[in-house]
Design a protein around this ligand. Structure first.
Ligand code: GCB
Ligand code: CA
Length: 885
């Protein structure tokens, strides 16, 4: 027995030896961990190096609250790698999956090269610089503004750093190219497909770093999803030295199983290089699919000849606390979220993303559009133009084999910020001519490399600008980013715009490449209004848009803006530096808008109680001690019932993905159960809500614990960190509580006003508490029972704060409010507590000020807080009252 074991060990060791570098066709491994990192300069002797792991960005913390600033500049990474003699005898490459945005590589102090652009893969040959033993890699990454690198500007954060995996690739001297646009070096497409057979066309890029031309065998094997080898070919080829050489083969796959949305069948192509003696030189594996796809206004999107409406989302690659430096599994999770929602389309906007994204889409059956980040404007020079074209090539070659990719997209809203409007030196006609020239180059590049796929150019609502630039007919698909009822106008403008465009361009397939409304998952309103950032307005918006999209055949697809909330450095909204149009939050918590889409799109039985993530609520108790709030249940059933605290409330019919209930909430924990049946299957959802009720009138001397009221707003706000529920203001009536006098503040915008300020309130993450207020009020009164209380008064001076001119806000650009001097006294129950208060002087503008005041109420006098103006209008943003015993 022991002998046998030893023998086995020997055999095992033997195998292991054969597996050493020298005899191995190709070894790829990541070198993500333990890099030394330093911002600014590379001076190795200097202090300030820290150990980081890749994926890494240096901006992860730069965009929260009032951090002193977002760092645009260089960052240096260094790491030593060990190279043994076996590895030294072979070519060695370093592969970057992505670094933003200009990357220079040095090996042992030699400059190896540079890559431009933050979103595509790149690969350097480091063989000539490597020696045996320890080798030093130094990488300089720069995310400074560069007028020659797209994007010039965009509504997302340009996180700097090596934010995707880095790997070493060691290969034999004759190998499948690693440096042909950093792709896999093998390109597969299927030019002819019938039920009987598919013609698989394979182009293999070969490299030979030896001095002599060599004859080798190129072998391809195609495996089905079940692992069977279904087709193969082996051919002899002479490989030239010193250049990449394309080698073409065609193989037939009989009775192909197609890649379809519901059945995303994949094939695996193994490519082997063998030498004359039968030694394996290289091996590369690629996934591909067999399918046809086309777009037309008449028939819509057709996959394998069958029409399917594309419905899905866009996606950005960032996450809270991590910037863009996500682990593979986090990318995959996002695609799973989309898939579970029932989405069959992903616009990978506005740039190519981690390879895991397309891999997941291929696997799950999600059609994709991938795009290069040429956004808002161009620079009129050759380098800019060349960089655009180069990015397009990289993107196409790197994503070429993915069956999910059906669209190549470029130039998002390129007429949004034409520089001739602000710079007189730029002539409009020359700019438009140059713009067209670049667009045409990009379009032609796509068609030359990959005539089988469609192209798309996403425009913003002002289509006339694109017509003037001659851009409408350049790409196959017209992308429309429409925000009617968000940035301006009302919902019905959406379908009106679509119908008008269709009338004018009846043959053009249209994709609604973006539509959405900002939703801060902490804000709710039962009087939803544009730009209140409430979940409820967001739901209204999407419940209008989706049916309109579904009704129109010429709208071949649509993509919600966005799957997830995402970072936008310049943006000021309910959550500073965050664009919150996501169906899920920055932490990937689903909002009601996600639930709505899931009810509408996914085929599995689904019941979800709306607001199940809104745990802490508060409200006003009516005479019977309850508070009625509407609750929606999102479902694809025909009807659902709702039980509240164990009692059946009602059965309700479902319309447009939701059933509505008016729920009597009691004080304390409430249990909601929604139930229904789907083809005989019973299905249900359950959620808990903590409700803190405040009596509307204290006449009956009900028990009272706390009251948290926001002034000047109809919004409810949940402070999720403190588990605190804020409710909207009400006007005081005798016996009750509320404000006396004054006006709700509204922020002035370019063409009107919005219900809340969008200023970042520095020093707090609960900005919405401070973004609404009441001005000119006389008092706040609450006829509270006698006892000991703490009263917290919340202020923020909003006037005089600088605002950023954000082009994306269109008609909603918030105007700076002139600084106003504001001075007032605050009296509580006749006692002057704060004399001549000037909030701006006290704490600065756009800063929170919370004043905590102990108050004892006796003799049934209740609470009266008076605001006595001295200069300007009085003001307050919120009040919190806590009973101490
Ligand atoms: C757009 C842009 C996108 C923005 C979005 C928005 O049209 O294409 O990059 O993030 O609008 O939310 O304003
Ligand atoms: Ca803040």
């Amino acid at each position: 027995m022991k002998k046998l074991c030893n023998l086995l060990i020997l055999i095992f060791l033997g195998i292991f030896q054969a597996y050493s570098t020298e005899n191995n066709p190709r070894i790829t491994y990541s070198i993500n961990d333990s890099w030394q990192f330093r911002l600014g300069t590379s001076d190795i002797g200097k202090e300030g190096w820290s150990t980081v792991s890749i994926p890494h960005t240096w901006n992860a913390e730069d965009c929260v609250d009032d951090f002193p600033g977002f760092y645009h500049g260089t960052g240096w990474y260094r790491k030593n790698i060990q190279v043994d003699s076996a590895m030294l005898s072979r070519p060695l490459y370093i592969f970057f999956e992505g670094a933003n945005q200009r990357t220079e590589l040095f090996v042992n102090r030699h400059r190896v090269g540079e890559h431009i652009g933050g979103y595509t893969f790149f690969c350097f040959d480091i063989t000539p610089y490597i020696r045996e033993g320890e080798n030093q890699l130094v990488v300089c990454v720069d995310n400074s503004y560069d007028s020659e690198i797209p994007p010039l500007s965009a509504d997302f954060t340009f996180f700097g750093g090596i934010y995707r995996d880095v790997s070493l690739i060691s290969v034999s001297p004759i190998h499948i190219s690693t440096t042909h646009y950093a792709s896999s070096g093998v390109y597969v497409h299927t030019p002819e497909i019938t039920e009987e057979k598919a013609l698989v066309d394979i182009c293999t890029m070969l490299s030979n770093t030896q001095k002599v031309r060599s004859k080798i065998f190129v072998e391809h094997k195609i495996y089905s999803a079940t692992g069977e080898c279904v087709a193969a070919s082996r051919k002899k080829v002479a490989v030239d030295t010193e250049r990449e050489q394309a080698f073409n083969t065609q193989i037939v796959v009989n009775h192909p199983e197609l890649w379809e949305i519901g059945r995303p069948n994949l094939y695996r192509l193994q490519t082997y290089l063998w030498d004359n003696e039968g030694k394996l030189l290289d091996e590369v594996s690629n996934t591909f699919g067999i399918r046809t796809c086309s777009f037309s206004a008449e028939k819509g999107f057709e996959l394998n000849g069958k029409a399917v409406k594309l419905l899905g989302t866009n996606r950005h690659q960032c996450h809270s606390g991590m910037g863009n430096a996500l682990k593979d599994e986090m990318h995959v999770r996002d695609i799973e979220l989309l898939h579970e929602m029932g989405g069959n389309f992903l616009r990978i906007a506005h740039y190519p993303q981690d390879e895991m994204v397309l891999a997941a889409c291929n696997r799950l059956g999600i059609v994709t559009s991938v795009e290069i980040p040429v956004i808002n404007a161009i620079t009129m020079n050759q380098n800019f133009s060349d960089n655009c074209v180069e990015m397009m090539k990289e993107m196409i070659y790197q994503c070429f084999n993915s069956p999910s990719v059906c669209i190549w997209t470029y130039m998002n809203e390129i007429m949004l910020r034409p520089p001739y409007n602000s710079e007189p030196s730029i002539k409009k006609d020359e700019y438009l001519k140059y713009l067209y020239h670049i667009a045409e180059r990009i379009e032609n590049t796509a068609k030359e490399i990959d005539p089988g796929r469609a192209t798309m150019l996403p425009c913003h609502g002002n289509l006339a600008a694109y017509e003037e630039a001659n851009l409408i007919n350049l790409s196959d698909i017209l992308g429309m980013n429409l925000y009617n009822g968000w940035y301006g106008g009302d919902f019905s403008g959406f379908e009106a715009t679509l119908d008008k465009i269709h009338q004018k361009y009846p043959d053009k397939p249209i994709i609604v490449s973006e539509y959405g409304a900002d939703v801060d998952a902490r804000i709710h309103s039962f009087k939803p209004e544009r730009f209140d950032f409430s979940v409820d307005y967001g739901v209204m918006y999407h419940r209008h848009y989706l049916p309109q999209i579904m009704q129109r055949k010429f709208v071949v697809g649509s993509a919600v803006w966005n799957l997830n909330d995402f970072h936008s450095e310049e943006r000021m909204d309910a959550i500073p530096h965050i664009n919150c149009k996501g169906l899920v939050t920055l932490d990937r918590v689903p909002k009601d808008t996600y639930r709505y889409y899931r009810a509408m799109l996914n085929k599995e039985p689904y019941v979800a109680i709306g607001g199940s993530d809104w745990y802490n609520r508060s409200g006003v108790a009516d005479n019977s001690g309850v508070c009625y709030y509407p609750v929606s249940v999102y479902t694809n059933l025909k009807q659902v019932s709702l039980k509240v605290n164990g009692k059946m409330l009602a059965v309700s019919e479902v319309q447009n993905g939701a059933a509505q209930f008016n729920v009597p909430f009691i004080d304390g924990i409430n249990q909601l159960e929604a139930e229904g049946t789907f083809q005989g299957r019973y299905i249900k959802d359950f959620c808990r809500v903590s409700m803190k009720l405040v009596p509307g009138s204290f006449d009956n001397k009900e028990s009272f614990t706390e009251l948290n009221m926001l002034f000047g707003t109809a919004r409810h706000f949940e402070d999720k960190t403190a588990s605190l529920a804020w409710q909207p203001e009400r006007e005081y009536v005798s016996g009750g509580w509320g404000y006396v006098g004054g006006k709700a503040f509204r922020a002035r915008t370019k063409r009107g006003s919005q219900p809340a300020s969008n200023l970042d309130i520095y020093g707090t993450e609960q900005d919405p508490i401070f973004q609404t207020q009441r001005r000119g009020l006389n008092s706040f009164k609450a006829d509270l029972p006698d006892g000991r209380y703490v009263v917290y008064l919340y202020w923020a001076e909003l006037s005089g704060a600088d605002v950023v001119d954000l082009a994306y806000q269109l008609d909603n650009i918030v105007q700076k409010e002139k600084a106003t001097e504001r001075l007032f006294h605050v009296d509580i129950n006749g006692v002057r507590v704060l004399s001549s208060l000037d909030v701006a002087k006290e704490v600065g503008v756009r800063r929170p000020m919370i004043c905590k005041i102990p108050v004892t109420i006796s003799d049934k006098k209740g609470l009266t807080v008076d605001f006595i103006p001295i200069k300007g209008e009085t003001m307050i943003t919120a009040i919190r009252i806590l009973k101490m015993d």
